[in-house]
Design a binder for this molecule. Structure first.
Ligand SMILES: [Zn+2]
Length: 382
């Protein structure tokens, strides 16, 4: 099997980077369709349009309907044709980005992605998630190529709710362990349509993981103050570029399949993708019999930034054994990436790993709470 590495054309990141968009757009097209939600466009259309005007690129602004569905994509394709757009600029979170990438795919036009949150791997990937009109998952659309340009303005990210940044760290956390699992089994990568990992993928996955451990807490604190700091820049790059590249080229394994299993329980639907993935990775490490130090490191990191480490953190306060069994069964459905693990995985094994991971996380939380300095302070005063 040949080694394969796919990547976007250009990645730009920095405070105020959105004001540089005209220079990048000028290389790609002559007339732009700017697509995004009302909030996203109100945050940055005022900076994007003057920058495009400097390069003499006319643009039409169109609000995104909110769901990356077939009818919405068809509507946006028609709008682009009406205005003669030969370049799509997608602004916002995962759904708007997926819709923008799908529109560009239909038109065979280039796309610039401007994320206003860094909660998922959507910005860099050559994949768009298509939903039904009711918001349920329909299918993955494999795109002809990765986005032509990703432009991340860290001032926008610092102003977004901190929960998105933390969820993005949960999704990025999966990258190292899932790609390691795929490397061990040498399974063909489902996300790129085949191919095995390059040394570049392995290196990116490792530096992604190390960056999270080193800068995660400081970046979270920075966003709580709406501040752009070197720590935030490091985590934005880890969540978007490092995780995006190493996840797509490294492949998914247990973490994302357990996430998919968790989505079958209505109680978890209020939780973000990366929040469920974080617990999925913990289950994966238990399932794979990873060293206790690795599990302790993961628990410590998740606890320090506020990512879920037990079922109660996912709003599953009193799950029945049938609930757990349902999650486990869905996790090992045909086509699930958990089958990229280097040994055969059954629903019984996943069920056991979920229960054990939950016990580990609950116990860890309990011990940390017992040693909480706030509690010590209270004890000294009483
Ligand atoms: Zn993900």
């Amino acid at each position: 099997m040949s080694r394969l590495f796919c990547s976007p054309g250009r990645y730009v990141q920095g405070a105020g980077a959105v004001r540089e968009i005209g220079g990048h757009a000028g290389r790609l097209g002559r007339c732009a369709l700017l697509v995004g939600g009302k909030t996203a466009l109100s945050l940055c259309a005022g900076a994007i349009q003057p920058s495009l005007a400097v390069e003499a690129i006319p643009s039409h602004q169109e609000y995104f309907g909110g769901t990356s569905s077939r009818p919405e994509i068809d509507r946006l394709v028609a709008v682009a044709k009406t205005h003669g757009a030969d370049l799509i600029i997608a602004v916002g979170g995962g759904a708007a980005i997926d819709a923008g990438k799908a529109v560009a795919h239909e038109l065979q036009a280039p796309v610039i992605v401007v994320p206003t949150t860094v909660a998922t791997d959507a910005p860099c990937s050559a994949l768009a998630v298509i939903y039904c009109d009711d918001g349920s998952f329909e299918r993955y659309l494999l795109l002809r190529r990765n986005p032509d340009c990703i432009l991340v303005d860290t001032e926008l990210i610092a102003r977004a709710p901190v929960r998105f940044l933390v969820a993005g760290m949960g999704d990025a956390l999966a990258t190292y362990w899932e790609s390691d699992s795929c490397a061990r089994s040498n399974a063909p990568n489902q996300l790129t349509g085949g191919g095995s990992q390059t040394l570049a993928t392995r290196a990116l996955a490792r530096i992604c993981y190390e960056t999270l451990l080193e800068w995660g807490v400081a970046a979270k604190l920075a966003v709580e103050q709406q501040s752009v700091t070197p720590a935030l820049e490091a985590i934005v790059e880890a969540n978007t570029l490092l995780s995006g590249l190493s996840s797509e080229n490294g492949g998914h394994a247990g973490g994302h399949s357990i996430h998919n299993g968790l989505t079958t329980l209505a109680a978890t639907r209020a939780k973000l993708h990366g929040e469920k993935v974080a617990f999925g990775v913990l289950v994966q490490l238990v399932l794979e019999g990873r060293p206790p130090e690795a599990i302790a490191e993961l628990l410590g990191f998740c606890h320090s930034v506020g990512l879920p480490i037990c079922l109660a953190d996912l709003e599953l306060t009193a799950p029945t054994i049938e609930d757990i069994r349902q999650v486990a069964k869905a996790s090992v459905a045909e086509g699930e990436t958990i089958h990229s693990t280097w040994f055969p995985v059954t629903a019984d094994m996943v069920e056991a790993a979920i229960l054990a991971a939950d016990a580990l996380g609950t116990g860890y939380r309990q011990r940390r709470t017992d040693r909480d300095p706030g509690t010590d302070e209270w004890l000294r005063q009483s």
